[in-house]
Design a protein around this ligand. Structure first.
Ligand code: CUA
Length: 321
C-alpha cells in the first residue's frame, strides 16, 4: 500500500461512517427536511460542475503552456470571453438563483409555524438530557418525543442551563436552545418511525451523550400514548422517596422534584441516560449503581445502598409502565 492509499482509506472510512444509520441528513422523513436535502444536492451538483470547469481550464492552460496563441490568432479575445462568461456572468446567475430558491422556498418550508398547530411540545435542554412536555396535557417525559405522523407539531425549545441545540436531522434544521428565550421549530414526519436527534452545540462534558428520539406514530397510537402517560403512577416506594425524590418526580407519589428527568412512566422508555444505553434490566442496574462510570460528570450521585435495596429499587422503577 502506498502512503497516499494508507492515508485515504481511514479518511474514507471516517467520512462514510457518517452515512446511513438513523440520524441521516440526506434521508429526509418530512417535508421541511426534504427541501433542505434538495437544496444540498443541487448546491453540491452546481459546485462540482463549477469545480470541474475550473480544473478543465487549468488543465487546458497547462497543456497549451508552450504554444503562444489559439488557432486563428484570437487567443486573447477568446480568453477574455471565457473570463467574463464563466468567471463573472455564470457565478452571478448561479448564486442569484440559489439565493432566490433558498430564500423564497427552502426557508419558507423549514420555518416555524406562525399559527397554532394541532400538537405543541415544549422541549427544555438540561445538562445532559431533554425534558419534554405537551401543551394541554400533564405528560412530562424525558429524551423521547412522541408525535403523530402527517401532523404539524410545533416544538418550543429553551434551556434550563447552558446553550444547547435541538436537532433531528431527518425531520428539520437545527434550532438553538438559549437561556431565557423560546425558539420554535416545525416537526413534521411523513411516515411512522423513530428519528434520532442529537444536541448540536457543545454544552459540557457529556455533550456527546445528549441524544433524543422522536417517535412518530399514527394518530390513534399517539393519542393512546398521551393518555397513558398522563396517568399518575399507581404507587410510590419508600426507597425511592428516601433516596431519589430530591431530584426526580413520579407523578402521584411524594416525589416531585425537577432536577432530573420525570420518571412517572420510566419503564415504558426505550432508552436511558439520554440514549446512552437501551433500557434493559442489566443496563439499568449498571446505571443506578455506577452512574458516573456510564456518563461521567452527570448530576446523579452514587448512593450507598445494599444489594437487596438496589434490587428493590430497580424492581420499582421497572414497574413504572
Ligand atoms: Cu447539550 Cu450539547
Amino acid at each position: 500500500m502506498t502512503r497516499a492509499t494508507a492515508l485515504l482509506v481511514p479518511l474514507l472510512v471516517l467520512a462514510l461512517a457518517g452515512c446511513g444509520g438513523n440520524q441521516n441528513t440526506v434521508a429526509p422523513a418530512g417535508h421541511p427536511e426534504r427541501s433542505i436535502t434538495h437544496l444540498f444536492w443541487v448546491m453540491l451538483g452546481a459546485s462540482c460542475v463549477g469545480f470541474g470547469v475550473i480544473v478543465s481550464l487549468l488543465f487546458l492552460g497547462w497543456i497549451r503552456r508552450e504554444r503562444p496563441a489559439l488557432p486563428g490568432g484570437h487567443g486573447e479575445r477568446a480568453a477574455t470571453g471565457v473570463v467574463i462568461g464563466l468567471g463573472v456572468a455564470l457565478p452571478i446567475v448561479l448564486l442569484v438563483s440559489l439565493f432566490i430558491w433558498s430564500d423564497l422556498f427552502v426557508l419558507n418550508s423549514v420555518a416555524a409555524p406562525t399559527s397554532p398547530t394541532p400538537v405543541t411540545v415544549r422541549v427544555t435542554g438540561h445538562q445532559w438530557w431533554w425534558e419534554v412536555r405537551y401543551d394541554g396535557s400533564s405528560v412530562v417525559t424525558a429524551n423521547e418525543i412522541h408525535i403523530p405522523v402527517h401532523t404539524k407539531v410545533t416544538a418550543i425549545v429553551t434551556t434550563d442551563d447552558v446553550i444547547h441545540s435541538f436537532w433531528i436531522p431527518e425531520l428539520n434544521r437545527k434550532v438553538d436552545m438559549i437561556p431565557g428565550t423560546e425558539n420554535r421549530l416545525l416537526l413534521l414526519a411523513d411516515r411512522p418511525g423513530i428519528y434520532r436527534g442529537q444536541c448540536a452545540e457543545f454544552c459540557g462534558l457529556q455533550h456527546a451523550h445528549m441524544s433524543v428520539e422522536v417517535i412518530a406514530e399514527p394518530k390513534p397510537a399517539f393519542e393512546a400514548w398521551l393518555a397513558r402517560n398522563a396517568r399518575p403512577a399507581a404507587h410510590g416506594n419508600a426507597l425511592f422517596t428516601a433516596n431519589c425524590s430530591g431530584c426526580h418526580r413520579i407523578r402521584g407519589t411524594g416525589a416531585n422534584a425537577d432536577v432530573g428527568p420525570d420518571l412517572t412512566h420510566f419503564a415504558s422508555r426505550r432508552m436511558i441516560a439520554a440514549l446512552t444505553l437501551p433500557n434493559t434490566p442489566r443496563n439499568l442496574r449498571e446505571w443506578l449503581r455506577d452512574p458516573q462510570h456510564v456518563k461521567p460528570g452527570n448530576r446523579m450521585p452514587d448512593l450507598p445502598l445494599t444489594d437487596t435495596q438496589w434490587t428493590a429499587l430497580q424492581r420499582y422503577l421497572e414497574s413504572l409502565r
